[in-house]
Design a protein around this ligand. Structure first.
Ligand code: GDP
Length: 424
């Protein structure tokens, strides 16, 4: 059965570990949106790998890793990652395939990202400044450069010229020269050529041949351009719809959907976050959970589990199960709060509001659960968990409306409780 694994909070839920863990049951792992702003951290036998653009399945020999048309690809970042993996002894040759319809991120996109954040001032989004947003803007503005355009050097030259000229008009005193941009792109094109495919054909053929596919999301549902906390969102569809548009596959091809959630909540960058904790408890979660951005090193904002938000993500994505990560980070807490609804303007809200202004006014309504003192770290059986941890999970499932099919108790692949064989 094909499986989508995506973030059901504000990203950084631990998708990398879950995808890596499940990969042994699949032939293909495919990314369908985002770019190298993702930072999926995977530990295998004590070695740390941060995967930004390349699907987390790359650490399993023989698995094909596909980058779909919905992804924006920075060739420089792609090859830096490829080289890093090779240096660490991972055989990547012939295993990374890129859609000919994927859009490219070029150096001017990075400049425009910085410029647009600087112009927003106090209202900045808190982007990773990697040019992802401006590349998607060019895509929607129908002036983007796609991977298939690399084959037509004349057309490519014209496109690069036009785009660099347009950018120079936007950036004060800028005189970026289009020629080096083109030359570098042509060098990258040469190296990329063997990786380029019609991904829709590839994936549909693979399915027809009975191969199973794992669809790997980046960021999270609450950062989705349509369903997230707009405008504090990413520029792509991180939720389930992105799988179809970002790979060229029909909805029926998605067999099951797993939402990855932390046992608490984090958020990077700006935007409302109802269950955010500012005092000692926020610091405790940040330090114990090592909540610092994998790509940017930025401290993540931390708070209690938000059941309203996850219930919303469950509805948007049709979640069949949760992969609950970082339960061990809560070890040793006396009590743990769980947000069951919001209060806003004297009313109780059980649905996640569409307007960020309203969300910012929402007060979380908490139910307090007893904590546990015996460590859960590294446990691999559900019934080994302390009773209070099992109760916490039960409450979390009840509030979210989804069963915790997988529970992660540490960063290593094997520190995991598998309650349901979600790949079957
Ligand atoms: P992603 O972007 O969703 O893949 O998430 P990140 O990689 O940014 O963050 C997840 C971090 O938490 C990584 O450093 C993981 O190794 C780590 N991690 C994942 N699952 C667990 C867990 O169950 N317990 C602990 N302590 N760490 C975990």
């Amino acid at each position: 059965m094909n499986l989508a694994v995506l973030g059901a909070q504000w990203g950084d839920e631990g998708k990398g570990k879950i995808v890596d863990l499940l990969t042994s049951h699949f032939s293909i792992v495919s990314r369908y949106q985002g770019g190298h702003n993702a930072g999926h951290t995977v530990y295998v036998n004590g070695a740390k790998f941060i995967l930004r653009l390349i699907p987390s399945g790359i650490l399993h020999a023989g698995v094909t890793c596909v980058i779909g048309n919905g992804v924006v690809v920075d060739p420089q970042a792609l090859f830096a990652e490829v080289d890093e993996l090779k240096k660490n002894g991972i055989d990547v040759d012939g295993r990374i395939l890129i859609s000919d319809k994927a859009h490219l991120i070029l150096p001017y996109h990075r400049d425009l990202d910085l410029l647009s954040e600087a112009r927003r001032g106090e209202r900045k989004i808190g982007t990773t400044s990697r040019g992802i947003g401006p590349a998607y803007e060019d895509k929607i503005g129908r002036r983007g450069i796609r991977v298939c355009d690399l084959a037509d050097s004349k057309g490519l030259e014209q496109n690069v010229r036009d785009n660099v000229t347009a950018r120079n008009r936007l950036v004060q005193d800028s005189t970026m020269d289009w020629k080096p941009v083109l030359d570098q792109l042509l060098t990258h094109a040469e190296r990329m050529r063997p990786m380029i495919r019609d991904v829709s054909v590839l994936v549909n053929d693979a399915m027809r041949a009975g191969k199973s596919i794992l669809f790997e999301g980046a960021q999270g549902t609450l950062l989705d351009i349509d369903h997230g906390t707009y405008p504090y969102v990413t520029s792509s569809n991180a939720s389930i719809g992105g799988v179809c548009t970002g790979l060229g596959i029909p909805p029926k091809a998605i067999g099951r959907v797993i939402g990855v959630v932390k046992a608490y909540t984090t958020r990077v960058g700006e935007g409302p976050f109802p269950t955010e904790l500012f005092g000692e408890m926020g610091n405790r979660l940040r330090e114990t959970g090592s909540e610092y951005g994998a790509v940017t090193g930025r401290p993540r904002r931390c708070g209690w589990y938000d059941g309203v938000a996850v219930r919303y993500a469950a509805r948007i994505n049709g979640l069949d199960g949760l992969a609950l990560t970082k339960l061990d980070v809560l070890d040793g807490l006396e009590s743990i709060d769980i947000c069951t609804s919001y209060r806003s303007g004297g009313r109780t809200l059980t649905d996640f509001p569409s307007d960020v202004g309203q969300l910012a006014q929402c007060e979380p309504v908490y139910e307090s659960m007893p904590g546990w003192s015996a460590p859960t770290k590294g446990l691999r059986q559900f019934d080994q968990l302390p009773a209070a941890a099992r109760n916490y999970i039960k409450k979390l499932e009840e509030v979210s409306g989804v069963r915790a099919s997988i529970i992660s108790t540490g960063s290593e692949r094997d520190d995991t409780i598998i309650r349901d064989e979600v790949w079957r």
